[in-house]
Write a protein that binds this ligand. Structure first.
Ligand SMILES: Nc1nc2c(c(=O)[nH]1)N[C@H]1C(S)=C(S)[C@@H](COP(=O)(O)OP(=O)(O)OC[C@H]3O[C@@H](n4cnc5c(=O)[nH]c(N)nc54)[C@H](O)[C@@H]3O)O[C@H]1N2
Ligand SMILES: Nc1nc2c(c(=O)[nH]1)N[C@H]1C(S)=C(S)[C@@H](COP(=O)(O)OP(=O)(O)OC[C@H]3O[C@@H](n4cnc5c(=O)[nH]c(N)nc54)[C@H](O)[C@@H]3O)O[C@H]1N2
Ligand SMILES: [Mo]
Length: 765
């Protein structure tokens, strides 16, 4: 049988699609990748899945009466398939109606979501570009990944670049770090993924090198599974959301014992004295010593003080995964880790200081020249109106209501039309039962996706989009060395079309096609994006092939830069000549700017603030387990949940629910049993996995199960977001606080309801 191979790229890695008779039969990892991800295996099945959306489809109730349809029927109603001309006509007409009657401020086009890899066909960027070119829309700022860090860090260190992976590079760590404190651990599973896709899984390779170096790792996390295999490591189980208390106590120990770097604090920081008074108890009468912290975080006082002294004795790197700030008051552990690093005085030294994101994503700390990656621009939004990304349901439920965000007061717009492509809010948003209510507010919801995802099923107009394998593109990430050709491997499945083409046609109908396309065809855009990026790389001194040569050779790679990247090295050496972009030019351990906002949920210096739900709260009497809804090992978020790898990981056909044997025993739960996880916000089914790598008091459920629920009913597949709370991290950053939720679990003794998420809504009555 004749086979053809086409280079391609996904967020989980580069590969060749192997095609036989028009079907993808296999995805072979990119030869340059020594640590490819098994997630690739799910792709062929998903590309040809019966869950692919075949034709444009319109919800029956909406088709009958647009403005007065029963919006609570979204997700229940049947769909009517229509031809493309009819579907595009309906979308164009509805956009024009809403724009005409209510203005651009009634259209929501934030469309949060990871979409697919590829610089041109990034669905979320395309929605925004389309709506921006047509008069604007309400957008989303920040993200669910590191929203708290994004808006806190500029106040403290003048930039949020470190949280994007621009941290002291691994070469510096391997050569100089002796002690590596990993808050949130270094879970290998998360390093399968790079936003935009990567040619190589470099983080896994660097962890392997670190295992050979003279580095001691201390993994501070609620589960031992966060310890990477092969490294010399100690695991300290910590009560979730209490890292700030531990970090404060470590700083207190160093100051009390005179082990702090007074000179660095004086020359490179501001506000140390005010913060020191807080540590010493002058502000609230509580000394932030190790005994105090031990009672909060569950790690004993001696371990905390000894760890603090060990940090002061040698070159130490303090790293926090992104999960720490995806929690109520998630600003505090980040600020406290910077403050502790400042007390140690190693910021800007090789292998020392602080970093973020190791263990969260592939490519953090990978040595790479600081040049761009290919990416279409979303253009500018003429409306200039945004909400913080994670405040989606608040916006829909509370039009006209005021909210605070980063020192400013704004009001929520009144949204009539929601346009989503490249994201899955019924995967990513918190408190999905609340989102179900909010989702009834808009008059019209338009979704593009390739599959009948939970969000597509709850839309009014659904347009089938091609997958990466059905179009040409050029891809790469700013955390990876490669730029890669992505070649169309198969014809579009069923009637699916490229998002780009869908939007081009809609723009033509709306009279703004030239603004959307800038006169370029798809092929011309791919070439243009390559040439733009190549010009940038060339300016930095790298010889680049012309587009045709690149396309033929399928890839180009950047060399490792000669110099090690050390975060804030220049600032350390010349604090006055190379100040930080903060009001003081220094690291702010007390921020006058934040003080000026007067937010009691984000005080002006690193502070222990108990989250609204945690194991020390009164609510834990009723809901005694802390839910950790971490990233899934077997997929990317909800992408590929119907695929082979994810399906194989289901327990009883549901999401695995991991808990310690002592917690299982006291609840009479046995391994493999069907269970219900619940709290006051909702409940879901799952399959119990007794796992003593999880500390007692904690329940681990990965995200990504396709939400399979109805209002008021138990969710059937195991999406933890029916349990999480839909609150902002604080008024300063309004980020996602998914990691602060308490639950309980019990055996499910009734008959197991069938999972419906993996059937097309066209085939069920
Ligand atoms: N409880 C809890 N919730 C969380 C988190 C957590 O830690 N705990 N993490 C949060 C984080 S950090 C994130 S980033 C979010 C992720 O949330 P999302 O980014 O929304 O999740 P994805 O599953 O990646 O959604 C991408 C969607 O785009 C579709 N898609 C892919 N390619 C294309 C294309 O070419 N065209 C179109 N039209 N569609 C396409 C996919 O089928 C999928 O439905 O989840 C957040 N939610
Ligand atoms: N395979 C795979 N990889 C992914 C993704 C995916 O969906 N699949 N998603 C990608 C995306 S979009 C993002 S944003 C990143 C997310 O990266 P992270 O936010 O870092 O990932 P999580 O898996 O949520 O959490 C990492 C670990 O933090 C620990 N943890 C949770 N809460 C606490 C706490 O309060 N204190 C301490 N000390 N530890 C805690 C948990 O044990 C968990 O294993 O992952 C990326 N990588
Ligand atoms: Mo994320």
């Amino acid at each position: 049988m004749s086979q053809q191979r086409f280079p391609s790229l996904a967020h989980w890695g580069a590969f060749h699609a192997v095609v036989e008779q028009g079907r993808v039969v296999r995805c072979d990892p990119f030869p340059g990748d020594a640590h490819p991800s098994p997630i690739l295996q799910s792709m062929p099945g998903m590309v040809h899945s019966p869950l692919r959306i075949q034709k444009p489809a319109v919800r029956e109730g909406w088709l009958r009466s647009r403005e007065r349809s029963d919006r609570s029927a979204r997700g229940q109603d049947s769909f009517v398939e229509v031809d493309w001309d009819t579907a595009l006509g309906l979308v164009a007409e509805e956009l024009a109606r809403v724009r005409g009657e209510h203005g651009a401020g009634a259209i929501f086009g934030g469309s949060y979501g990871w979409s697919s890899a590829g610089g041109l066909h990034h669905a979320r960027t395309l929605v925004q570009r389309f709506l921006h070119s047509g008069g604007g829309c309400v957008g989303q700022v920040g993200n669910y990944s590191w929203g708290a860090a994004q808006f806190l860090l500029p106040h403290v260190i003048g930039t949020f670049a470190p949280v994007t992976g621009r941290v002291t590079d691994w070469r510096s760590v391997v050569a100089h770090t002796r002690l590596f404190l990993a808050f949130g651990g270094l879970p290998m599973r998360n390093m399968q993924v790079t936003s935009g896709g990567a040619g190589e899984h470099s983080s896994a390779a660097w962890i392997a090198q670190a295992a050979q170096a003279d580095i001691e790792f201390v993994i501070i996390s609620p589960t031992r599974a966060d310890v990477p295999p092969g490294v010399r490591a100690r695991w300290l189980p910590i009560r979730p959301n209490t890292d700030t208390a531990m970090l404060l106590a470590m700083a207190h120990t160093l100051v009390a014992e005179g082990l702090h770097d007074a000179e660095f604090l004086r020359t490179h920081c501001t506000g140390f004295d005010a913060w020191k008074r807080y540590l010493e108890g002058a502000v609230d009468g509580q000394v932030k010593d190790a005994t105090w912290a031990a009672s909060i975080c569950g790690i004993d006082a001696t371990t905390i003080t000894e760890l603090a002294r060990a940090c002061a004795r040698q070159r130490t790197m303090l790293n926090c995964t992104w999960s720490l700030q995806r929690a109520h008051h998630g600003e505090q552990p980040y600020w406290a880790s910077i403050a502790l690093a400042a007390v140690l005085g190693q910021i800007g030294l090789p292998g020392g200081g602080f970093s973020f994101g190791h263990g969260s994503i592939n490519g953090a700390g990978t040595p790479r020249p600081d040049v761009s990656a290919p990416r279409l621009s979303a253009g500018t939004n003429p409306l200039r109106r945004n909400i913080p990304a994670a405040r989606l349901a608040d916006m829909l439920l509370q039009p006209g209501e005021a909210f605070e965000f980063n020192g400013k007061r704004d009001t929520y717009p009144d949204i009539r039309l929601v346009y989503w492509a490249g994201g899955n809010p019924f995967h990513h948003h918190q408190d999905l039962n609340r989102l179900l209510r909010a989702w009834q507010k808009p008059e019209t919801i338009v979704v593009h996706d390739s599959w009948w995802t939970p969000t597509a099923r709850r839309a009014d107009i659904v347009l089938p989009a091609t997958t990466t394998l059905e179009r040409d593109d050029v891809g790469g990430s700013t955390r990876d060395r490669y730029m890669l050709a992505m070649k169309q491997a198969i014809a579009p499945v069923a009637q699916s079309r490229n998002d780009f083409d869908i939007f081009r046609e809609l723009a033509a109908r709306g009279g703004h096609e030239p603004l959307f396309t800038e006169g370029r065809t798809e092929a011309e855009w791919v070439r243009h994006l390559y040439e733009n990026t190549a010009a940038d790389w060339q300016r930095a001194g790298y010889a680049m092939p012309a587009f045709d040569a690149f396309w033929a050779q399928e890839q180009v790679a950047l060399p490792e830069p000669d110099r090690h990247m050390v975060l804030f090295e220049a600032f350390r050496q010349q604090p006055d000549a190379k100040p930080l972009d903060t009001p003081s030019g220094k690291i702010e351990l007390f921020s006058n700017q934040i003080a000026g906002f007067g937010y009691d949920d984000c005080p002006p210096h690193p502070t222990w603030l108990p989250p609204h739900e945690w194991l020390g709260a009164a609510a834990s009497q009723r809901w005694p387990l802390h839910l950790i809804s971490s990233q899934p090992a077997d997929k990317l978020h909800s992408q590929l949940d119907a695929g082979a790898l994810s399906q194989a990981a289901k327990v009883h056909g549901r999401q695995a629910v991991r808990l310690h044997s002592s917690e299982a025993k006291s609840r009479k739960i046995f391994d493999g049993q069907l269970v219900r996880v619940r709290n006051d916000r909702g409940s879901c089914l799952g399959g119990a996995v007794i796992d003593d790598t999880v500390m007692p008091g904690v329940l681990v459920m990965s995200t990504g199960a396709w939400f399979d629920g109805d209002a008021g009913a138990v969710e059937r597949l195991g999406n933890p977001n029916v349990l999480t709370a839909d609150i902002g991290t604080s008024r300063l950053t309004q980020g996602c606080a998914a990691m602060s939720a308490l639950v309980d679990v019990e055996p499910w003794t009734q008959e197991a309801p069938a999972v419906r998420a993996f059937t097309s809504p066209l085939t069920v009555p």
